[in-house]
Design a protein around this ligand. Sequence first.
Ligand SMILES: Nc1ncnc2c1ncn2[C@@H]1O[C@H](COP(=O)(O)OP(=O)(O)OP(=O)(O)O)[C@@H](O)[C@H]1O
Ligand SMILES: [Mg+2]
Length: 356
Amino acid sequence: MLLLGIESSCDETAAAVLRDGREVLASVVNSQIAVHSPYGGVVPELASRQHLTNIEPVVAAALTQAGITLDEIDGLAVTQGPGLVGSLLVGLSFAKALSLAKGIPYVCVDHIVGHLLSIFLEEEQPAFPYIALVVSGGHSSICRVADYAAYELLGRTKDDAAGEAFDKVAKLLGLPYPGGPAISELARQGNRQAIDFPRAWLDGDSHDFSFSGVKTAVANYVRLKRQQGDELPVADICASFQEAVVEVLAEKTIAAAHSAKIRDVALAGGVGANPRLREYLQELGASRGIRVYLPSPAYCTDNAAMIALAGYHCFQEATRALDTDVYSRSHLGRPQPKTGKHSYGGPNSVDRHRPC
Ligand SMILES: Nc1ncnc2c1ncn2[C@@H]1O[C@H](COP(=O)(O)OP(=O)(O)OP(=O)(O)O)[C@@H](O)[C@H]1O
Ligand SMILES: [Mg+2]
């Protein structure tokens, strides 16, 4: 089965071709960093205009890279949300148009489910159930993943997402957007024990996160240094801030796996590209007998291969759902029927993947 994945939820226009849910034949990502960096963050109107310009050439490039034509594509998988509405509409409308024009069925995929399953693009894969730490620009969640379509949210951020905290701290240090890569690069030259920024462990064995406190602590530290006329130790601030975030993310994830008696942990989302987080999580996991699975950095940040992969499993489930039965009463407010979780019926199909 050849699937074309399309992703346009934020500031990357991406397309990928996936064979049989495993083999990435092409993955093209057009980043809009240069467009948004003068503003220090994503400007939604500019993002959707860029997607409009880029989507056709990006899809064409993916097909060329895969060495196939649109006529060989068996299905389309497109990001439905969450994200910027104007940006999402470009990808979804493009997929609908392809579907109608070429008669190719499509499924809609939740962006965070794409991140959650991105580890299955790698050779080394966790066994179900596994614990996933999803850390991105908009999310910081710990989930229990029971299978390709069953996710349980164990914890999430109460305020800023981890990536958001990296981006905000970078902005107040005058570093370029996006802040995560800039901070992790400077952190290499800094001392992670130089400044004792706070760690928000929250109540008892809570699996939730909070990053607004550490962000404010960095802001206060920077203000004080500037008031005193001292030079900012930027590399030390980056290393110490990064350590405060990474320590909480890794410790809480391994603790969640431990209390759920689960031995496999997978990392996902843009912050998952952070080298210190990857190192910390792996070392901590090894010391507690927990296997840690890391997607390659290119599959941590937004890409369409993960969308095609999640879409592949929607198609699989739709096929299995041929045993779907009718029901007479509304199931609203009660558990969904076990089968037929994904309604699917050709070009106008809509998937109901449950996000975290
Ligand atoms: N090396 C890194 N260290 C820390 N953070 C990083 C690194 N590389 C990227 N990031 C952060 O990852 C985030 C982008 O990740 P991603 O593309 O998954 O997020 P998003 O798609 O914008 O948000 P979401 O997936 O929640 O909708 C940004 O906040 C960026 O700063
Ligand atoms: Mg993302």
